[in-house]
Design a protein around this ligand. Structure first.
Ligand SMILES: NC(=O)c1ccc[n+]([C@@H]2O[C@H](COP(=O)([O-])OP(=O)(O)OC[C@H]3O[C@@H](n4cnc5c(N)ncnc54)[C@H](O)[C@@H]3O)[C@@H](O)[C@H]2O)c1
Length: 247
């Protein structure tokens, strides 16, 4: 028996990067997965590759009405919902004095409000299933400071706080809510994608106690743990997966 047999899970931002890896790995663990993303072409292609255990919905996480379509797909295509991975995110490097108010607000709309909508919209279906697990992807930038990342840091610290509030409110109903804090993960959009040179990757790795950068599978392993029964008493926790980079 696989670790996520009989579970239905929504993964946002699943067209590429870590979200795509989570979707692939979750299907491999027996889950049926609703993949969502603003990138309809890549998202639909991946869902088709994953077969009958996957469905794709074009979805901007900052829009309430689009969340309703995602939830309806989980219910109508797979019949229930046991998990949600709030993974979609944006990053911008800009100093506070240079970033426009519109750009700052848009980043919060996606990274923070997108997570907030996800919790609100998924909770009724998770409740109906008798409980479930919500995994909010924050960052080490939700635990410490990095220069030039004010909007991103603000959003990721807020996701960490929102996770605690949701864990307190939903825990009594058997819905666990935890935050994951990845360090720098190679082969993702936020790490420079395939554009990062071997020298840049080596420089980043040299600063990490484990001697290497993170890989998408490092985070997928944690997400699978949090969605599975192996974490049934883990609620409101901050799971740092960074090779010790913030020590
Ligand atoms: N890559 C890293 O080093 C790193 C480190 C710490 C945390 N994270 C976090 O992990 C998550 C995934 O990051 P990644 O590096 O895989 O990113 P990525 O850029 O490779 O992929 C992000 C995905 O989110 C989608 N997306 C963007 N805006 C969206 C929206 N409004 N609605 C729905 N989908 C949207 C994109 O189309 C893309 O498919 C993010 O929350 C990010 O902040 C990444």
């Amino acid at each position: 028996m696989a670790r996520l047999d009989d579970r239905v899970v929504i993964v946002t931002g699943a067209a590429r990067g870590m979200g795509a890896n989570h979707a692939r790995r979750l299907v491999g663990e027996g889950a049926r997965v609703v993949l969502t993303d603003v990138d309809a072409e890549a998202g639909a292609k991946l869902a088709a590759e994953l077969g009958g255990g996957a469905a794709f919905v074009e979805h901007d996480v900052s829009r309430e009405a689009e969340w309703d379509r995602v939830i309806a797909t989980a219910r109508e295509t797979f019949g229930s919902l046991q998990g949600l991975v709030n993974n979609a995110g944006l990053l911008r490097r800009e100093r506070i004095e240079d970033e426009s108010p519109e750009a700052f607000e848009r980043l919060l709309q996606v990274n923070l409000m997108g997570t907030w909508w996800g919790i609100r919209k998924a909770a009724p279906l998770l409740r109906e299933a008798g409980g479930g697990s919500i995994v909010n992807i924050s960052s080490t930038a939700g635990l410490k400071g990095y220069p030039g990342l004010s909007s991103y840091m603000t959003s990721k610290w807020a996701v960490r706080g929102l996770t605690k509030a949701a864990a307190l409110e939903l825990g009594p109903e058997g819905i666990r809510v935890n935050s994951v804090h990845p360090g720098g993960i190679e082969d993702t959009g936020m790490f420079g994608g395939s554009g990062a040179t071997p020298e840049q990757k080596a420089q980043a790795a040299a600063r990490i106690p484990m001697g290497r950068n993170g890989r998408p599978d490092d985070i997928s392993d944690m997400v699978i743990f949090l969605l599975s029964d192996a974490s049934s008493y883990v609620n409101g926790a901050e799971l740092v997966v960074d090779g010790g980079s913030i020590l």
